[in-house]
Design a protein around this ligand. Structure first.
Ligand code: DX5
Ligand code: ZN
Length: 228
């Protein structure tokens, strides 16, 4: 992953009637990865996309696919999201399955594992897994919908996790997901976020996304990293 803030395009707020084109729009606009929000109507109160959707847009870009599994049973479905073309498969530490087993299943599928935590989940819950994953995803909204306000009360936990990762010297990238826009991306990056997931802030733009992606990246890069 190159240095500097990464802009990850969450397609949840894109036009689903032409999802392939929307993925291409993010790619042409300079996004660094595509974020695919998978919801099962059980772990969260919404139902979005399965492996068939991931597979249907895989051919529209060579950008990395980060599949964010907001599902109760990632163990049963990880391999299918791998086969569909996900590069990084992120599951929630609050899911029903044993996290070590899910990480092993994702590794066995030949893809990279990531782990996510909800706003109310303490940092301690993910510490045992930080050396076994390729992305830590910190939720700054309660998962389930795009377009929600950024929860700044999560920033101290983000700094705590950033300091812990820096102390370990692992260089594990941290993703920040939920309510990230021009007003909030600076604080998210300054507190330690590397991969900034943007949905409504990006796809509320019609046409060329490049000016929006550049404005988001500049706003992030302009914010100095602060420690706790
Ligand atoms: C919410 C999802 C997010 C969401 C981001 O549960 O995990 O990825 O789509 O969208 P915005 O940026 O609009 O909050
Ligand atoms: Zn997400």
């Amino acid at each position: 992953m190159s240095a500097g803030p990464q802009i990850s395009a969450s397609i949840l707020n894109a036009d689903f009637s032409r999802l392939g084109e929307e993925v291409e729009r993010a790619d042409a606009g300079g996004a660094d990865s595509i974020h695919l929000d998978v919801m099962d109507g059980h772990f969260v109160d919404n139902l979005t996309m399965g492996p068939v959707v991931v597979e249907s847009v895989r051919g529209h870009t060579r950008l990395p696919f980060h599949s964010h599994l907001m599902i109760s049973n990632p163990l049963a479905l990880a391999e299918r999201f791998a086969e569909a073309g996900s590069d990084l498969i992120v599951f929630h530490v609050e899911a029903d399955d044993d996290a070590d087993a899910v990480i092993a299943a994702i590794e066995l599928s030949g893809r990279r594992p990531g782990i996510a935590l909800n706003p109310e989940t303490p940092a301690a819950a993910v510490l045992p897994f930080l050396d076994r994953v390729d992305l830590l995803l910190v939720m700054t909204v309660h998962p389930g919908w795009g377009g929600q306000p950024f929860m700044s009360e999560v920033l101290p936990k983000l700094r705590e996790l950033r300091d812990e990762i820096d102390r370990r010297g692992s260089g594990l990238p941290i993703g920040v997901d939920g309510g990230v826009n021009l007003e909030t991306i600076g604080a998210a990056h300054a507190a330690g976020g590397d991969v900034l997931v943007t949905g409504s802030a990006l796809y509320s733009t019609t046409g060329d996304l490049a000016p929006t992606v550049e404005a988001l990246r500049t706003a992030a890069a302009g914010a100095r990293r602060t420690s706790g």
